[in-house]
Design a protein around this ligand. Structure first.
Ligand code: GLU
Length: 442
């Protein structure tokens, strides 16, 4: 077994869970690093719960994430003959037999594997030596009937035929491994290497599930996480580079990944960390790509369309949105929380709101008057030049006392982007008009 061959074997019975994607990613990184080959197969022996639609969802997710494979996709439902042949071999050799479904009852017949009842030891790449006594699982069922094979048998037949060298899968399959080893031995095949990845848990230490938040690829996509962010974050779920680096591209991960650096303790999923990592990757997108994403998240909303049609939209994206969000759905949150209201309507600040602490209104008036004259003199209208001029004046006086009334005059909102960016986006004329109006109130 010289060549490294791994497999992507999702069961197309639902949306692709983030845990499955982490497993696929670790298979991918390991295989690409070592110049091996990945075989894709759908484990759809559960005909009732499997569907083509779920297959497509999985394939789309893999494509979006750039997790490509080399052979397949195969479907177990189209390979029944191979399983039947193996089943017949096992029966002929006395390793399997037909029996009642449950002991002492007459009814459906199933095929059971004749368990040699022995200790099975395998060397897990992540967990070291594991020994399990096969007596614990008795003569387990490997087929519903002579034509209806079950999971352990189909996996073993496929792994052997596809010459899989490394089985890398979730820890929940650890008890499958001794059963599958017994089957491989009975079929005269070579035992692959095994690596069982740690469980992914939520902040309450329970297995990550719906109640913790988003868990399927689609849900993450709808929240506006991008492939580069998802890949980077998932790589850190159970693996680390051995130092404190956290930000990686897929290619960098391929370069440094190793199964030996995967931990065997559960990996805690942190949505905050995912946000931080996603933010890093969305900041690296080109202006065009970034804007495209923002548009996808805005265009389904009335107010969003209004924002997109604003003449300063490009600046709003580059200067305001880009600074603030971690994932693209937050664009809608900003919109709903009124972060952009100052753009759409002339603000009507209350006189009191223009004041700052117990500073007399004459002083605030003096500041606004001075800001107006400074702004009138700015020839080169950029956020930086505005900031430079106003900041100089503000820091010579009292920053809060100068900037808070300015922000209020421009937006009538307590929360908003900084007043320099706002001035820039509004344009010189509108900025002056708003400042003059506020000053006239005082
Ligand atoms: N179809 C199984 C699953 O999705 C794969 C198990 C395996 O890797 O052997 O859990």
């Amino acid at each position: 077994m010289d060549k490294i061959i791994t497999r992507f074997p999702p069961s197309p019975t639902g949306s692709l869970h983030i845990g499955n994607i982490r497993t696929l990613l670790f298979n991918y990184l390991f295989t690409r690093k070592n110049g091996g080959e990945i075989v894709m197969r759908f484990e759809d022996t559960d005909r009732e719960r499997s569907s083509k639609e779920h297959e497509q969802i999985a394939l789309d997710a893999l494509e979006a994430l750039g997790l490509d494979f080399d052979r397949g996709p195969f479907r177990q439902s189209e390979r029944t003959e191979k399983y039947i042949n193996a089943l017949n071999t096992l029966i002929e050799n006395g390793n399997a037999y037909e029996a009642e479904e449950s002991e002492g009852e007459s009814g459906e017949k199933v095929i059971r594997f004749k368990n040699p009842n022995k200790k099975i030891t395998f060397n897990d790449i992540i967990r070291g030596e594991i020994t399990i006594d096969s007596t614990d699982f008795g003569d387990f069922v490997i087929a519903r009937s002579k034509t209806n094979p079950l999971y352990h048998l189909t996996v073993v037949v496929d792994d052997l035929e596809m010459q899989v060298s490394h089985v890398i899968r979730g820890e929940d399959h650890i008890t499958s491994t001794p059963r599958q080893i017994l089957l491989i031995e009975a079929l005269g095949g070579e035992i692959p290497h095994y690596a069982h990845l740690p469980l992914i848990i939520g902040s309450d230490k329970k297995k990550l599930g719906k109640r913790h938040g988003a868990v399927t690829y689609q849900e993450f996509e709808e929240l506006g996480y991008i492939p580069a962010g998802i890949i980077n974050y998932l790589a850190l779920l159970g693996w680390n580079p051995g130092d404190d680096r956290e930000f990686f591209t897929k290619d960098e991960l391929i370069d440094i990944f190793s199964l030996e650096r995967v931990n065997n303790s559960p990996a805690m999923f942190s949505y905050e960390k995912l946000d931080a990592i996603n933010k890093y990757h969305i900041q690296k997108l080109s202006k065009e790509k970034y804007k495209e994403y923002v548009i996808t998240f805005l265009e389904k909303e009335e107010k969003g369309k209004e924002l997109m049609e604003h003449s300063a939209f490009d600046d709003i994206v580059d200067l305001i949105i880009r600074e603030r969000i971690h994932k693209f759905s937050e664009v809608r949150t900003l919109l709903h929380e009124g972060e952009f209201n100052w753009l759409f309507a002339t603000p009507k600040p209350e006189i009191d709101s223009l004041l700052y602490k117990d500073v007399p209104s004459e002083t605030i008036n003096k500041h606004l008057t001075h800001i107006i004259s400074l702004i009138e003199q700015i020839a080169d209208w950029t956020p930086d030049s505005i900031k430079e001029v106003i900041w100089k004046y503000a820091s010579e006086n009292n920053v809060g006392e100068v900037l808070a009334p300015m922000r209020m005059a421009l937006t009538a909102q307590k929360r908003s982007p900084d007043p320099f960016t706002i001035s820039f986006v509004l344009g010189k004329e509108e900025t002056l008009s708003r400042l003059n109006h506020a000053q006239s109130l005082l």
